[in-house]
Design a protein around this ligand. Structure first.
Ligand code: DAT
Ligand code: MG
Length: 148
């Protein structure tokens, strides 16, 4: 089953949005298979956002993502990578539709509440960057027979 890496950014943690965000993915029918509250080192931040190195916002992005605890998660389910991106909304919260996480809770691109992998390759890369295999819990969710 497909897996993705999602992370409530420091602004979302500070604003008390962790529960709300977890709840949206739970209610959608996805399965949480790993999670932790953690602080990100600047090394991990630079590696995580390596594709943006050299861009004008790179330094402020690293400063922001290391500025407080984040809530890192791995979610599993059918088409979870693309669906989670839809549920997050566009990168700039001003372009994100109401009903999406960024559309409902964000105002600026620099503080857009949540990260989510954008492809199978980035999901695999980001999951292994943030989680050891023993931190990912494979289990059967009884409710799945009412979803699939
Ligand atoms: P996403 O987080 O939707 O995958 P991205 O990978 O293009 O977006 O960028 C990573 C983060 O960098 C994004 O969540 C917020 C920040 N960012 C992107 N574009 C920006 C810009 N033009 N100015 C400031 N921050 C930006
Ligand atoms: Mg991205």
């Amino acid at each position: 089953m497909e897996k993705t890496f999602l992370m409530v950014k420091p602004d979302g943690v500070q604003r008390g949005l962790v529960g709300e965000i977890v709840s949206r993915f739970e209610k959608k029918g996805f399965k949480l298979i790993g999670s932790k509250l953690m602080t990100i080192s600047s090394e991990l931040a630079s590696e995580h956002y390596a594709e943006h190195e050299g861009k004008p916002f790179f330094n402020s992005l690293v400063t922001f993502i290391t500025s407080g605890p984040v809530f890192a998660m791995v979610w599993e389910g059918e088409n979870v990578i693309a669906t989670a991106r839809q549920m997050m909304g566009k990168t700039n919260p001003q372009d994100a539709l109401p009903g999406t996480i960024r559309g409902d809770y964000g105002l600026t691109v620099g503080k857009n509440v949540i990260h989510g992998s954008d492809s199978t390759e980035s999901a695999e890369r980001e999951i292994s960057l943030f989680f050891n295999t023993e931190e990912l819990i494979e289990y059967k969710k009884d409710g799945d027979s009412w979803i699939y």
